[in-house]
Write a protein that binds this ligand. Structure first.
Ligand code: FES
Ligand SMILES: [Fe+2]
Length: 406
């Protein structure tokens, strides 16, 4: 479904259509069950890791974490130790925290500031651009070519102030990869938003168990009865599936004039259109980044596999006119409320994992409302290679006619 962000009437018509329909649209395909093995089968999860996670654009952090030339932090979320640094010219760079001599780490802390890196093992020195500049006892090496011994770089590109990395050197540019979403995101002026908060939660389940919960609103009436369900009308929700696994879900407020009381009076991003200002618009950047944008601040959630049955959720907030030295006192309550909702979403995850591993679970019949989850799985098979997924674990590609191009 294509939707111009300024066309409120079109959005309302779509919401009315969704509220009133008696079943899925006539052209919507029947979704085959998602095989349960996709959440637990070790060989499959290994394929998922190598073919998808290791080649995906993944959010690593925010430019506010590296405010000055020479600031850096380390991320291990992709499964490899990667330094994100701001070089002396102010450019953001990423490379493995891996000395090119014998692999010792260049930095041992999680964040810091320096004019370059000196390996703690034998003292090789590198610039912030990753160039090798000095080697102790150089006389004892034969023909050591400094030019070939730079730190191994990782692809690193920005979306506003958000830093994305990709371990695949041949990955297409981030903006091309995100496609039609990029234009729509311009209204949020992401480059002006400041990092307000970031916290992590470890959960004992496969990463997809949690991610799935953030791709649908079918669960609002059960687990968010006292929170989100009070103000969002999940039956009016409509979805746009974009190429490459990305998607958007717009859920109307129950009352068009409803405002979260915890945000009234907070600074607003100028120019945000009425649809995100008056509804819940949640973007999903494949594979693991979920962003329900609003005009007073944007929570960003990432879901990281820490193993086959352990994952981490990182929940951060970016917002306009935030002063880290003097934060708006409303943030403490706002983040507290958000955390309460998150805990509601996390509550069943370890038991779902237990079920997925039992003989009691065979597969998932997904409904029309849950089609973003199916879209996610279809994309995973495309990235793995359709014929390389074991036949009993494949998902049939049935949504291609449902994918919007703008
Ligand atoms: S491992 Fe870094 S200098 Fe030897
Ligand atoms: Fe939820």
């Amino acid at each position: 479904m294509e939707l111009n962000q300024n066309n409120v009437a079109a959005a309302e018509a779509l919401m009315d259509y969704e509220r009133d329909r008696k079943g899925p649209p006539a052209d919507f395909p029947k979704l085959p069950d998602i095989p349960g093995g996709r959440y637990v089968n070790r060989d499959f999860l290994e394929l998922e890791r190598e073919r998808m996670w290791k080649r995906a654009w993944l959010y690593a952090g925010h430019v506010d974490q590296i405010p000055r030339p020479g600031s850096w932090f380390v991320t291990r979320n992709t499964g490899s130790p990667i330094i994100i640094a701001r070089d002396l010219k102010g450019e953001v760079r990423a490379y493995y925290n891996t000395c090119q001599h014998r692999g010792a780490p260049l930095v041992k802390e999680d964040a810091g500031e320096s004019r370059g890196f000196i390996c703690g093992y034998h003292g090789w020195s590198y610039t912030l651009e990753g160039k090798l500049t000095a080697v102790r006892d150089i006389r004892d090496f034969t023909d050591l070519d400094f030019a070939c011994r730079s730190l191994a770089s990782v692809r690193c590109e920005l979306l506003g102030g958000m830093i994305f990395i990709n371990e695949d050197p041949d990955a297409e540019p981030l903006v091309d990869h995100l496609g039609p979403m990029v234009k729509e995101l311009e209204q949020y002026k992401l480059e002006t938003l400041r990092l307000v908060d970031s916290r992590r939660y470890e959960v004992d389940c496969n990463v997809k168990v949690l991610l799935d919960a953030f791709l649908e609103v079918y669960h609002l009436k059960s687990i968010h009865q006292q929170t989100v369900d009070r103000f969002l009308d999940h039956r009016g929700m409509f979805i746009t599936l974009w190429p490459k696994g990305h998607s958007r879900m717009i859920t109307p407020n129950r009352r068009p004039d409803w405002r979260d009381p915890g945000t009234i009076g907070m600074p607003k991003i100028p120019g945000v259109t009425d649809i995100p200002a008056n509804n819940n618009v949640s973007y999903h950047l494949y594979p693991n980044f979920v962003m329900p944008a609003s005009d007073t601040g944007i929570p960003i959630l990432q879901f990281w596999p820490l193993g086959d049955k352990k994952c981490e959720v990182v929940s951060s907030w970016i917002a306009p006119d935030h002063d880290p030295e003097n934060p708006d006192p409303m943030w403490a309550t706002r983040i507290g409320n958000w955390e309460r909702i998150l805990y509601e979403d996390l509550q069943f995850a370890p038991q779902i994992q237990e079920s997925l591993e039992s003989k009691g679970f065979k597969g998932m019949p997904l409904n029309y409302q849950e089609r973003r989850i199916y879209h996610w799985h279809e994309e995973l098979d495309r990235r793995i290679g359709l014929n390389e997924v074991p036949p009993e674990l494949r998902v049939e590609q049935v949504l291609s006619d449902q994918i919007a191009t703008a």
